[in-house]
Design a protein around this ligand. Structure first.
Ligand SMILES: NC(=O)c1ccc[n+]([C@@H]2O[C@H](COP(=O)([O-])OP(=O)(O)OC[C@H]3O[C@@H](n4cnc5c(N)ncnc54)[C@H](OP(=O)(O)O)[C@@H]3O)[C@@H](O)[C@H]2O)c1
Length: 342
């Protein structure tokens, strides 16, 4: 079997570490692995398949001989280095927002639009984490009865904002517990603060920057990326994205209005057979997807499937998935797997 030289760019980050783990767990045919990060991580040693690999500093020469470059270093650095990697012959799979809406860059979720991956010109974009889990869950229903409109509210974990946000939640929680939860003992002065407000024992409807239209960038990513991936450029979609004090896994309350009627039972049957989905929907026994159960797992979990009785054809769904796995690393590795199979 052919083996490939793979670079993990941002290897010390939350997504980068999950990429490395996913390559190992799925037995991706890796010949050589190159782990790239900033000067802060130079010389650090990380394990890959039991062997110690030194982290190298990302620069213009990092991609010689690389077949696949899995990027997770943020938008500005991706804009700078993805074209360099592609020019030196690597196929880039980029996790940032840099190229997702670029007409020449496919935006791929293998369960939804695998064919798009083959149209790449050197760079393929991995969608936003909250978009990926939603489209995996609703696309099989769209194929069956046609979705007319989507209304989504998200409950997104702190790991979606990187390792510093995880530290912020840890530090604030320790501080507030030590202060006996007194209202004055707020976590606001936390030195690890990268989120706009205290997140421990709090939440806020603010993920990424606000745009002039009143929505956040994260909300508009869900709208625009869903339309691109599902090839439905006019589909009405509205999103509210909320950061919650959960470490891993995003949850979403999704309402869909459909062209034709679909009962909750029919939806459960369709989703139970669909790729990448696990249905957990037994309200009588209080069984529904939870972020703590989804963390570390590959699937997109769907539950609380019920009729929206306020419109003729509508369903409500509760969708939960690990944002670092299917929302980032796993989706990227699955794209690389698609390409090497053909
Ligand atoms: N977290 C998620 O759920 C998620 C999901 C989908 C997409 N993404 C996207 O993936 C990207 C990374 O997210 P993350 O959560 O993994 O962030 P993170 O935990 O903060 O990690 C950032 C990574 O980027 C590296 N880096 C920072 N500055 C660098 C520089 N100047 N040169 C080289 N490397 C540099 C860091 O290296 P050092 O350790 O050396 O600083 C680290 O490896 C972002 O674009 C994010 O939007 C994240």
């Amino acid at each position: 079997m052919k083996k490939y030289n793979v670079a993990v760019v941002g290897a010390t980050g939350l997504v980068g570490q999950e990429m490395k783990k996913t390559l190992e767990q799925r037995n991706f045919p890796v010949n050589k692995i190159r782990l790239l990060a900033s000067e802060r991580s130079e010389g650090k040693k990380l394990k890959f398949r039991g062997k110690s690999v030194e982290v190298e500093v990302l620069d213009e020469n990092s991609f010689k001989g690389i077949d696949y470059a899995l990027f997770s270093i943020g938008t500005e650095l991706s804009k700078q280095f993805s074209p360099v990697a592609a020019k030196s012959g690597a196929i880039v799979i980029d996790n940032s927002n840099a190229f997702r809406m670029n007409k020449d860059v496919p935006l791929v979720v293998p369960e939804v639009n695998p064919d798009a991956a083959f149209e790449h010109k050197g760079i393929i974009a991995n969608p936003n984490c909250s978009t990926i889990q939603m489209v995996v869950a609703i696309y099989p229903l769209h194929l069956e009865v046609g979705i007319k409109r989507i209304v989504v509210s998200t409950y997104q974990s702190v790991s979606g904002w990187g390792k510093e946000a995880v530290e912020q939640l840890k530090e604030e929680t320790k501080r507030l517990v030590a202060a006996g939860f007194s209202p004055a003992g707020s976590g606001r002065d936390c030195s690890a603060m990268v989120l706009p407000y205290q997140i421990a024992f709090n939440l806020f409807p603010h993920i990424d920057k606000f745009e002039e239209n009143g929505y956040t960038k994260e909300e508009m990513k869900m709208v625009n990326e869903t339309r691109k991936i599902m090839n439905e450029p006019q589909m009405p979609i509205t999103a509210t994205c909320v950061r919650v004090p959960v470490f891993i896994s995003h949850s979403e309350a999704v309402n869909i209005e459909t062209e034709e009627k679909l009962t909750p039972d029919e939806a459960r049957k369709i989703l139970s057979k669909a790729p990448g989905i696990v249905v957990i929907d037994d309200p009588a026994n209080s069984k529904y997807p939870l972020p703590i159960d989804a963390a570390g797992k590959d699937a997109v979990y769907v539950g609380r499937i019920r009729e929206d009785k306020s419109i003729p054809h509508g369903l409500n769904l509760w969708i939960v998935s690990d944002n670092l796995r299917k929302g980032a690393a796993l989706n990227a590795v699955q794209i690389a797997e698609l390409l090497i199979k053909n």
